[in-house]
Write a protein of this length. Structure first.
Length: 487
């Protein structure tokens, strides 16, 4: 098999197998071919992973932050050296075109290790608090063993975005990739060992919705960071609350992208296409409700249609391919059901809406799709599709569009395209979301915090802010005189 790893799990610095676990087949989404056969973690594997992480965390936390940072920066260097090989694996794992994975996946993981490796020595300082002759100080301390649970759209990036801040702060991590894309995280675990991390500091175990709870409910796990859907988020948060564990929730969205009539039209169309078609639309922060001012709507649609129909769909391993398949058969069924619903509920199909005939019948391809005349009550305007389906809605008035943009349970992201600087800031100020873009879309460099509000989650990834979600403050009051008591 094309991408079979030596074993399913990576624990304590080595590949480990337990064939008693349920079989997980990894399929290449462009052909449906089985590329690896793995096993979900059994309770014995989970225990092994937790025990080894506990041991490693103590050793790791005792190092200076500079020494920890050095290991993380080394890992970043190795990831960059192997970008091609890791990107090829990511393409097999997800079906995303090599044209994308080579610039967006291992490299953004390397950015995370480089960034957190770089700030470890300076961003974890405590403070000194003068109290007359007494004084106090604070220390930022790690939480212990943290669990990362990933989605299937950015497997390597998620493994790094969770691992890098967790490790920088002095924690160990057990990462469970999505059962749909189990391969990339194993390579990240291997690389960390090569970079000098202690054995057990970053373990990877495989599994699905049955395995996740074994980790979340484990009494030796201090924190869970999930990237996934809102229903899964509710379950994981509820389980974690049972033991008052720390949680970060990176969940789904149905984000608004507002295009005013003074916007640079080509730039706005680029933003809308990036925010709907990149990674075959499987991006949580996508601007899937594109509100376009009535005055420019037809022009917007005509140009967006022409550019969309020129997208090169096909073999993800071909450098010229711009759009690959969806990640799985189930995901394609879901996306096609939504497009049928869009048609049935009266949205105007501008382009796409089915399966492209460029594909040989194999693989989970769909056409990039644009619907116009979408109204707020339509299912395609309310639910997260997670596929390349752009819904264009009309508006005329600024306050009306803000109210409509906010009329959703989600609050992950949003964007505005306008030439009016004042309006841009006024509008984003009123949009209820964790991450907002002005005159661009979906750029998430590691320097800026990323995360959602409302039902899209809480906690932030990336930026120095992420360290506060992987550590806690310890306060020490220092009495300099005699201790007085009233009795
Ligand atoms: P999912 O919710 O089905 O699964 C996510 C992960 O949770 C998987 O690893 C799965 O095995 C695990 N899981 C499922 N049930 C669990 C349980 N009860 N306890 C513990 N773990 C459990 O999501 P998905 O289909 O893999 O990914 C798509 C979703 O992820 C979309 O909604 C998307 O918006 C969201 N997403 C969010 C972000 C973000 O940063 N906000 C990024 C990528 C994807």
């Amino acid at each position: 098999m094309k991408a079979q790893p030596p074993a399913s799990h990576f624990i304590d610095g080595a590949y480990v197998e337990d064939t008693a676990g349920t079989v997980i087949e990894s399929l290449y989404p462009a052909t449906g071919e089985v590329i690896a056969r793995l096993h979900a973690a059994t309770p014995a594997i989970v225990e092994q992973a937790v025990a080894s992480a506990k041991r490693a965390q103590k050793e790791w936390a005792a190092l200076s932050p500079t020494a920890r940072g050095r290991v993380l920066k080394k890992a970043a260097e190795i990831i960059r050296e192997r970008n091609r090989e890791l990107s090829e694996l990511e393409t097999l794992d997800t079906g995303k075109p090599i044209q994308e994975t080579i610039v967006a996946d291992p490299t953004s993981g390397a950015d995370a290790f480089e960034f957190f490796g770089g700030i470890a020595a300076t961003a974890l300082n405590g403070s000194h608090i003068p109290l007359g002759s007494d004084w106090a100080y604070t220390k930022r301390v790690p939480l212990g063993v943290c669990v990362g649970i990933g989605a299937w759209n950015y497997p390597q990036q998620i493994a790094c975005w969770k691992g890098a801040p967790a490790l920088a702060a002095g924690n160990a991590m057990i990462f469970k990739p999505s059962e749909v894309t189990p391969l990339g995280a194993l390579k990240i675990a291997e690389i960390l060992i090569e970079a000098g991390a202690p054995k057990g500091l970053y373990n990877v175990i495989q599994g699905d919705r049955e395995t996740g709870p074994l980790l979340v409910n484990h009494p030796d796990v201090a924190k869970v960071s999930l990237t996934g859907s809102v229903p899964t988020g509710r379950k994981v948060a509820a389980a974690a609350a049972g033991q008052l564990k720390h949680v970060t929730m990176e969940l789904g969205g149905k984000s608004p992208l507002i295009v005013f009539d003074d916007a640079d039209l080509d730039s706005a169309i680029s933003g809308a296409m990036l925010g709907n078609f990149y990674s075959t639309g499987q991006v949580c922060s996508n601007g899937t409700r594109v509100f376009v001012h009535k005055a420019i709507k037809e022009q917007f649609l005509a140009r967006a249609k022409a550019r969309t129909e020129a997208i090169v769909i096909g073999d993800p391993q071909d450098e010229a391919t711009q759009m690959g398949p969806l990640v799985s058969f189930a995901q394609r069924e879901k996306v096609l059901a939504y497009t049928e619903k869009g048609k049935a509920e009266g949205a105007r199909l501008v382009t796409g809406g089915g399966i492209p005939n460029t594909a040989s019948g194999e693989g989970y391809f769909v056409q990039p799709t644009i619907f116009a005349d979408v109204t707020d009550d339509m299912t395609i305007a309310r639910e997260e599709i997670f596929g390349p389906v752009m819904c264009v809605l009309d508006f005329e008035d600024e306050s009306e569009v803000i109210a409509r943009a906010n009329a959703t349970e989600f609050g992950l992201a949003g964007g505005v395209f306008t030439a009016d600087l004042t309006r841009a800031h006024r509008v984003v100020d009123q949009l209820e979301a964790g991450t907002l873009w002005i005159n661009t879309y979906n750029l998430c460099p590691v320097e800026i915090p990323f995360g959602g509000s409302k039902q899209s989650g809480f906690g932030r990834e990336n930026s120095a802010e992420a360290l506060s979600h992987y550590s806690e403050l310890k306060t020490v009051y220092v009495g300099m005189g005699k201790c007085e008591a009233p009795y």
